[in-house]
Design a protein around this ligand. Structure first.
Ligand SMILES: Nc1nc2c(ncn2[C@@H]2O[C@H](COP(=O)(O)OP(=O)(O)OP(=O)(O)O)[C@@H](O)[C@H]2O)c(=O)[nH]1
Ligand SMILES: [Mg+2]
Length: 239
């Protein structure tokens, strides 16, 4: 499937030098633009990216590590503030490991034919006939428990809030990304709460594969996730 309009993807990168499949980005549909955000990596991430970043691929280098949420937000603000991207209607974020392949971008946008007023397209890892989702049982189970908890806590009826592939229409970007997030990893929930009155559609990705080298150890982050949930619940009361 081919793309018929331009889209800009923010790719947060933290110590991704050995995982970045730079050729995949280079050979992707020319309608896709990339802003790689090197989030204070201690490895060669910037050196790997730099030689390729001049037009369609760009590099934003942060001196210190600020976490995925803030790195994505800085990349999105760069998109909004830079005239180079002014003709692009859709922007979003995409995990650097390409667990969601770039061939999915066109399929995401194809959804706008079904939902012409949609303002955010939310990748979702649904096991279904016709999809290929390769994910560990532990992570799948954690995801189901998490989604259930979110429904009870916030009445959010999303199947999967945490897939690292999401697109937003320019009109909602400021509302979603204008202010720093409270949480480091589960900022996706904050976005859903901020966009509660907007049309957000879950797109069940047709391909997703867990890529080795994850920086997120669920067992290490679980306490952080719970405290962030509590902070979000308190802060976003009015939503
Ligand atoms: N900016 C920033 N990005 C990070 C950090 N840790 C991870 N990332 C990026 O966040 C994205 C997702 O990280 P992964 O390590 O692939 O996370 P994961 O455990 O695979 O998560 P799932 O794909 O949801 O299972 C990648 O693009 C990482 O480079 C961090 O501390 N800061
Ligand atoms: Mg990953």
């Amino acid at each position: 499937m081919q793309l018929h309009e331009k889209v800009c993807l923010i790719v947060p990168c933290y110590n991704e030098a050995s995982r970045l499949k730079i050729q995949e980005f280079l050979k992707s549909d020319p309608h896709i633009f990339f802003i790689f955000v090197d989030d204070g990596s201690a490895d060669q991430t910037s050196q790997v990216l730099q030689p390729h970043c001049n037009g369609r691929l760009q590099l934003l280098k942060l001196e210190t590590n600020v976490g995925k949420a803030e790195a994505v937000r800085r990349g999105i603000l760069h998109f909004l503030e830079n005239d180079f991207f002014s003709g692009i209607e859709w922007a979003g974020f995409w995990d650097a490991d390409l667990a969601t392949p770039l061939s999915e971008v066109a399929k995401f946008l194809h959804y706008t034919n079904l939902y012409p007023d949609v303002e955010a397209l939310w990748g979702s890892r649904v096991f279904r006939l016709g999809s290929r989702i390769v994910r560990s049982q532990k992570r799948h189970l954690f995801g189901r428990l998490f989604a259930t908890a979110l429904f009870f806590l916030f009445r959010i009826g999303s199947y999967d809030t945490q897939c690292g592939a999401k697109l937003f229409r320019r009109s909602v970007i400021h509302k979603a990304f204008g202010k720093p997030f409270i949480s480091r990893w589960i900022f996706d929930i904050e976005i859903l709460l901020l966009l509660r009155d907007h049309e957000v559609i879950e797109y069940p990705v047709s391909s997703w594969e867990d890529v080795a080298g994850s920086k997120l150890k669920i067992t290490h982050q679980i306490f952080r996730v719970f405290t962030d949930l509590w902070k979000i619940k308190r802060q976003y009361k009015k939503y």
